[in-house]
Design a protein around this ligand. Sequence first.
Ligand code: MD3
Ligand code: FE
Length: 218
Amino acid sequence: MIVQNSLLDSLEQTESLGLGLSLLPRFFTTAKLWPFIQTVLEQAPLRHLFTPGGRQMSVSMSNCGEYGWVSDKRGYRYTKVDPLSEKPWPMLPTALCTLAHQAAQQAGFKQFTPNACLINCYKVGARMSLHQDKDEADALRSDAQPIVSFSLGLPAIFLVGGLKRSDKTQHLILQDGDALIFGGPARLMFHGIRPLAAGEDTLLGAQRINLTFRRAYD
Ligand code: MD3
Ligand code: FE
């Protein structure tokens, strides 16, 4: 994959990492977002989901927005109700929604209004193996909505491959405050996160939080 620097404005540098993949380094201020996330997590606590194959994930997860992503022995899907509380997922805070919209806009996606936000929590050693995100209703359409990702806390090594699991991967370090936008052809790329290395973030401590903003259904 060719890494090229493009689109420079006075505030942020946008690196366009091939078709449809953009990195906005230090796009947001974690201290401003963290209280909103903590409020969501008080209502819908992080939990370690099980894969359909019966393995417990090392990443703990929760959601906010109209839809939330869940996994259990029945499969992967989006639900309107948190299976733990049997209540709707907490609202997607407007401040987060606006920032995700702005990130998508800077990456060239004008119409992005997320209705799902998956919250992933990585403690030291937690990882996410190579996968594709295909559970959104439009995922396989060429006009699919992008996915916007925000990284908070400890840095992580992000792996990105191609459209086949066996394609060679490249890595990218995701730092606190970074936004990554996947759209167009990049939307179906295999990707994952290496086991989180030990460290201490001044605000979040020994963990990394990742938010992925999505359009689950139209
Ligand atoms: C590439 N999360 O939640 S974010 C996921 O850091 C997920 O927690 C990782 O992969 C994390 O599904 C990576 C970056 C990301 C998010 C969505 C993508 C990369 C993507 C969708 C398609 C292709
Ligand atoms: Fe993913």
